[in-house]
Design a binder for this molecule. Structure first.
Ligand code: ZN
Ligand code: ZN
Length: 350
């Protein structure tokens, strides 16, 4: 429940972050944690202006039109909102504030068989128990750490990790499992949500129906987003500025070797995998491409069509040419060889 004290605490925290950190903050409805309603004109379906061209927001006097886009750093507006709306739930509009939040959940339920989007779960790791676990494993696989950044504990036991990031570059997502194959296909991973452009998170100091949001980091300064996180976000389609990889060609050092059918097929498959991989740009899915190519070729190695060392050497060289770090190459090769795909039937194709 809200008391004058919880209302004051939440508003004070929001005001402090607006003034000292330049965060764009806004009050939310206590029950639904959604933005307050704007004017009837801006809510109308045929409103033909954007938040950026809205006459109400342009006045700068605290109109609450267009949801999160009403957020402000203006201390006098924030104080007026606090008196007028008397809510104990405040939020930061992440995109407008040059921030990105990793929202880690602790909902009960069994993890999917493949908790990470596009990356194999390490064979020697137990399945994750929650989003914190999924994210820590993703960080470790990526050669990084979660980092000591501005962090909020949520009433349900989850975490919001807030990072500074390129304004406008990143889009939000939910880590969703695709029906039928028990595999996370969107977002970063199981119970990991990304909040960024157009997104918001509740601020510490707020009390919702579910309870208190508490800052759990000692620091009140968000850390710049780690490079490994940017790579993981780009790999999984979160980069709003991404351009498709160029289709230029680069030589790949693959010997043709013998002439028998399966051998020739495997060498061809290896060569085209290397040619594609070698010219992939950062943030275009190199890691996943390497892993997938490895699983295909691992099957051919298992069938005796081609030598494992030959496959590993060529794929590692191509991935290195594309700039993939050595640790990631080793990991993708090892996990790929642990999951060989069945060889194709090449008799009909001959
Ligand atoms: Zn309006
Ligand atoms: Zn408007």
């Amino acid at each position: 429940m809200t008391t004058n004290r919880t209302v004051q605490t939440a508003a004070d925290a929001a005001l402090w972050l607006a003034v000292h950190r330049g965060w764009h903050v806004l009050p939310l409805n206590y029950g639904t944690k959604t933005p307050l309603r704007g004017c009837a004109d801006c809510r109308a379906e045929n409103t033909d202006h954007t938040p950026q061209t809205c006459p109400c927001l342009a006045r700068g006097d605290g109109a609450l039109c267009h949801g999160v886009w009403a957020a402000t750093t203006d201390a006098s507006v924030i104080s007026r909102w606090a008196q007028r709306w008397h809510t104990s739930v405040w939020a930061v509009h992440l995109g407008a504030s040059g921030l990105l939040a990793v929202d880690l959940d602790t909902r009960p339920g069994p993890p999917p068989r493949h908790p990470l989007n596009g990356l194999p779960w390490p064979a020697d790791e137990p399945p994750p128990v929650d989003g914190l676990d999924t994210y820590a494993t993703l960080a470790a696989l990526s050669g990084g750490t979660v980092g000591d950044t501005f962090t909020t504990d949520t009433p349900s036991g989850g975490l919001h990790l807030v990072h500074e990031a390129e304004p406008g570059r990143w889009k939000g997502s939910h880590g969703k499992v695709r029906d039928g194959d028990d595999t996370v296909r969107t977002g970063l991973g199981w119970q990991i949500d990304i909040k960024a452009y157009g997104g918001y998170v509740v601020l510490p100091g707020s009390t919702s129906k579910a309870g208190l949001y508490r800052r759990s980091s000692t620091t009140t300064t968000p850390l710049w987003r780690p490079d490994w996180l940017a790579d993981a976000l780009a790999r999984t389609g979160h980069d709003r500025t991404a351009t498709p990889a160029k289709a230029t060609s680069a030589p790949a050092p693959v010997a043709t070797g013998g002439r028998s059918g399966p051998r020739r097929y495997a060498v061809g498959a290896l060569r085209s995998a290397c040619t594609e991989l070698a010219v992939m740009e950062p943030n275009s899915g190199r890691n996943r491409k390497l892993f997938r190519s490895t699983t295909r070729l691992a099957g051919m190695v298992a069938a005796g069509w081609i030598d494992r060392t030959e496959v590993e050497t060529a794929l590692a060289a191509a991935a290195g040419h594309a700039g993939l770090p050595a640790g990631e190459i080793r990991y993708a090769l090892t996990s790929g060889f642990n999951r060989p795909l069945p060889v194709p039937d090449i008799r009909s194709a001959a």
